[in-house]
Design a protein around this ligand. Structure first.
Ligand code: HEM
Length: 539
């Protein structure tokens, strides 16, 4: 037994060499800055970051600090520098690229920059290593997927979404009205959202195809982990490592393409741009994207396989963000203080009343009446964004730019905004750290207060989930604010309304902490106990 635990001298030498090599690779990666912003304070402050004099492994240690608590670094910099109107720089364990974090006063400047100065695409492609994880998704000359999402006619999708919500939640949470069942919010809600999103993206019957759904779910669950491994790999070795570790992603992409490409071809083959005037409006994102592709003169934009890959990459963007929001919203609604104030019961009453007023049918108008649900979702997103920093861009202007505060940022610098510290700033939100589900409603009890309104701090009124501002950045802000937030709002409100009407959730004794990694929140991953309400309890 002892012999099996001890290493032979040769094995020891090999292990030591491997460890040294790994340490060297790590050191090289962490010190190979692409662009070093100068003339700005760095956080963490207790590590000597200055460029001229560096202790060995200073930057490596800083990266590790980001790994342990990227959100804490964002708070530290926000308090020390941003509140005084100054930008600061933080490391990133995930992308290895330091980021300049701008103060609130410069959010407007950032979101007003044209794409020739700052690029969101460069950030997205880098953060998810899309060139390796979903290369075909980025073979296009125009990012018309954003236009396609903006053109979705949501009113025509309401019934479809409601149908999938009902079928999906029933399947995942069960129909047992006698016993409490323990379920994992993350995995069950992910399954439902994959299904709903598929209905919006590709329509029926493909959204019910088991092979398609499984491949899409696998792709969604694996892409971030693979992106991180690729990002950790030295650039020279990336193509090799990526080829090896992205085999699964490629296979799932091809499986989804097997189903989507014929639909894309069908949509495009029979349609010329001139036909589109006489055709019924497109319903799914696949139809919308295909029609926009017909209008493009570039072959790359019209390639059915890249269109299907783009849909799959968007599927990831749509499902992960929505799942994080929903998970947090449900946990917040049943944790103190909300559980003691019975927020969930109020949301149930609202959903039942709206259903009654609308004769049991969901529509755009009915969804608009879910004001408390809308506010509860927004409040949860305020407190729990999936990243502490956001509105991230890469400077692409040749020769760089000068910030309003006078500092110079070279081309290639990554820049962002301290989203979570802004959302939790007591000078911007009353009682900023506490979850007040109905903070954004028009009702008398919440009228007044700051609630993140910068222009008119004391103006009361319902602020909708989809409204973005310099102080509510969960969906970004400005020209690149999330185009999918309207779809997400419909899906999330219908999900919460259905759950509240048909299920009891056992209140939690305390609000479970969200898992964290760098400045990411990975959700609460929490198990909760649910019970189907009996027909006589549900109106
Ligand atoms: C609660 C759910 C969601 C949240 C919290 C969310 C959040 C965000 C954020 C923070 C950004 C970056 C904005 C910026 O940097 O200014 C973004 C961009 C984007 N989101 Fe969402 N998102 C959600 C749902 C969706 C859905 C359902 C879709 C698709 C239907 C979608 C598609 C996109 C796209 C395509 C972009 C890039 C926009 C561009 O390049 O201009 N998102 N989202």
């Amino acid at each position: 037994m002892e012999g099996t635990l001890l290493l032979t001298p040769a094995a020891f030498r090999t292990a030591t060499l491997a460890l040294l090599l790994a340490a060297w690779i790590y050191f090289r990666r962490s010190t190979a800055w692409r662009v070093l912003p100068e003339g700005m304070p760095w956080v963490p402050a207790d590590l000597p970051w200055t460029r001229k004099f560096q202790l060995p492994f200073t930057r490596v240690r800083a990266h590790l600090r980001d790994f342990q608590g990227g959100s804490d670094l964002a708070y530290e910099g926000y308090k020390t520098y941003n509140k005084a109107g100054k930008p600061f720089v933080v490391p990133s364990f995930v992308t290895w690229q330091p980021e300049v974090v701008l103060p609130l006063a410069q959010v407007k400047w950032l979101v007003d920059q044209p794409d020739t100065v700052t690029s969101i695409d460069r950030c997205l492609v880098k953060d998810l290593e899309f060139l390796y994880t979903a290369p075909a998704a980025w073979q296009f000359t125009r990012p018309f997927h954003v236009e396609a999402i903006n053109k979705l006619r949501l009113d025509s999708l309401v019934e479809d979404i409601a149908e999938e919500v009902q079928a999906g939640v029933d399947e995942q949470w069960g129909l047992d009205g006698d016993a409490w069942t323990e379920i994992n919010i993350h995995s069950t809600m992910l399954a439902v959202l994959v299904r709903i999103t598929a209905r919006v993206f590709v329509g029926s019957p493909l959204c019910h195809d088991a092979e398609f759904l499984e491949a899409a779910a696998n792709f969604i669950s694996s892409i971030s982990g693979k992106a991180i491994i690729i990002s950790f790999t030295p650039e020279l070795l990336r193509p090799l490592v990526a080829k090896f570790i992205t085999k699964g992603l490629k296979r799932w992409n091809e499986t989804c393409a097997k189903h989507m490409v014929p639909l894309i071809k069908e949509e495009r083959l029979h349609r010329r741009p001139s036909d589109q005037r006489t055709m019924p409006p497109p319903k799914t994102l696949l139809e919308q994207l295909s029609r926009l592709a017909v209008r493009s003169t570039h072959a790359k934009d019209r390639d059915p396989f890249s269109l299907s890959s783009r849909l799959l990459a968007l599927n990831f963007v749509a499902v992960h963000t929505s799942n994080h929001a929903l998970e947090n919203a449900l946990v917040d609604m049943v944790s103190p203080p909300a559980s003691t104030a019975s927020v969930f019961a109020e949301l149930r009453a609202e959903a039942e009343e709206v259903m009654q007023q609308n004769h049991g049918t969901w529509s755009k108008t009915a969804i608009g009446q879910l004001v408390k649900t809308d506010s509860a979702l927004r409040e949860s997103l305020r407190l729990n964004t999936f990243k502490a920093r956001g509105v991230e861009r890469i400077i692409v202007k040749k020769g760089g730019v000068v910030l309003p505060s006078g500092q110079y940022l070279a081309e290639g610098t990554k820049v962002g905004v301290p989203v979570l510290p802004i959302h939790r700033d007591p000078e911007l939100y009353d009682d900023a750290m506490s979850y007040e589900a109905f903070r954004f409603c028009t009702t008398n009890e919440v009228a007044g207060g700051k609630n993140g309104r910068t222009e008119s701090p004391r103006r009361a009124g319902h602020v909708e989930l989809v409204n973005t501002s310099e102080t509510f950045l969960a969906f970004g802000h400005g020209r690149h604010a999330c185009p999918g937030r309207f779809v997400a709002a419909y899906e999330l409100k219908l999900m919460v309304a259905y759950i509240a009407m048909h299920y009891d959730i056992e209140p939690l004794a305390s609000r479970p902490e969200n898992g964290k990694f760098s400045d990411f929140s990975i959700g609460s991953m929490h198990d909760i106990r649910v019970r189907r309400r009996k027909p006589e309890e549900s109106k």
